[in-house]
Design a protein. Structure first.
Length: 324
């Protein structure tokens, strides 16, 4: 039996969590004009019906790390096994099965060059069922990172968003070095972005004041941000696709900025490779995807070619939950 779609209050709650994933329910309730109990009840419901999770993420560029999008063409009999193996790795954030089940798409942020080379040049190359490996380094993000599709819903009024948004300090010079205690804290928040201070203390061995101080520093510098993970189908987005655009270099920046404004776009970035602009999009149907491609993508200046690959299954969205 299909779960009911989120209503207006659910969307406001989801948007509030996108703005500040760790905002207390009491604060969200005050801004939304409802009771604390209502927010808590809606949160629990969305965890069940929409797969709601709050996940702590890091800005890899501030840590001096590269982000990669890897395409693996393989035989159908190994695709799902390969996708699950990649999803279990802590350095992957998204793993999808695409192209009729013969291709695995993986977004990864290797912690070191050795980790990257071990995966790309050793393990994957030695898997006989993998027919080709194509790795694309992310050069610039036009949309993504702290921004998510929920920001485009505008479910909250601007003043409500401002009331939730945390102040940020001046930009810091990258790369930023993390201490062992920071790494321990981030590891917990990757599993549960709303972990309590008591849970963070237990997991890291730090005092509550130390946890709060480190958490504030990681967030204010932009190293740590929170993403809302949810089932796309529950919000009416039954079709997901990956777009690989080949754009004239002189038009790349303008095309990327325009792409980021599209309501359908969840992520957009410039990458290395023949296709130099990549995007993930979500629509309600294939006919809506066709309209998007023919009108909005077709209207971008400088686009020479577009490759579209439908996503068959999201194996990993930020966190890996094999039971889902």
């Amino acid at each position: 039996m299909q779960s009911p779609s989120p209503d207006a209050l659910d969307l406001k709650l989801l948007h509030a969590l996108q703005v500040d994933g760790r905002a207390p329910f009491s604060r969200i309730a005050e801004i939304l004009g409802v009771s604390d109990q209502t927010v808590a009840r809606r949160f629990r419901k969305l965890r069940t019906t929409a797969g709601l999770r709050i996940v702590g993420m890091t800005d890899e560029s501030l840590l001096g790390r590269q982000s990669w999008i890897v395409r693996l063409r393989c035989t159908p009999d190994v695709a799902e096994q390969l996708a699950n193996a990649l999803a279990r790795r802590p350095d992957t954030s998204h793993v999808d099965l695409i192209s009729g089940g013969t291709e695995v798409l993986c977004a990864m942020g290797a912690r070191s060059r050795q980790d990257r080379d071990e995966l790309l040049f050793d393990r994957l190359q030695r898997t006989p069922q993998i027919m080709s490996v194509s790795a694309h380094c992310l050069l610039h993000t036009f949309y993504g990172g702290p921004l998510g599709w929920l920001d485009k819903t505008q479910a909250l009024e601007p003043d409500q968003q401002a009331a939730l948004r945390l102040p940020y300090s001046e930009p810091v010079a990258a790369p930023i070095a993390l201490e062992g205690a920071d790494e321990a804290l981030l590891a917990v928040l990757r599993r549960d972005g709303r972990a309590t201070f008591s849970e963070l203390q237990t997991s890291t061995g730090l005092s509550e004041s130390a946890v709060k101080r480190r958490l504030e520093r990681l967030r204010s510098t932009g190293i740590l941000y929170f993403k809302v993970q949810h089932d796309r189908e529950s919000l009416g987005h039954g079709i997901s696709a990956m777009l690989w655009l080949t754009v004239t270099p002189s038009a790349l920046d303008a095309a990327g900025r325009k792409l980021a404004e599209h309501h359908e776009v969840r992520f957009g970035g410039a990458t290395t490779g023949q296709a130099n602009l990549v995007a993930t999009v979500a629509t309600s149907s294939t006919s809506e995807l066709y309209t998007y491609l023919s009108e909005k993508i077709g209207g971008l200046d400088g686009v020479q070619a577009v490759e579209t690959a439908l996503t068959l299954r999201h194996v990993k969205q930020l966190t890996y939950e094999p039971s889902r």
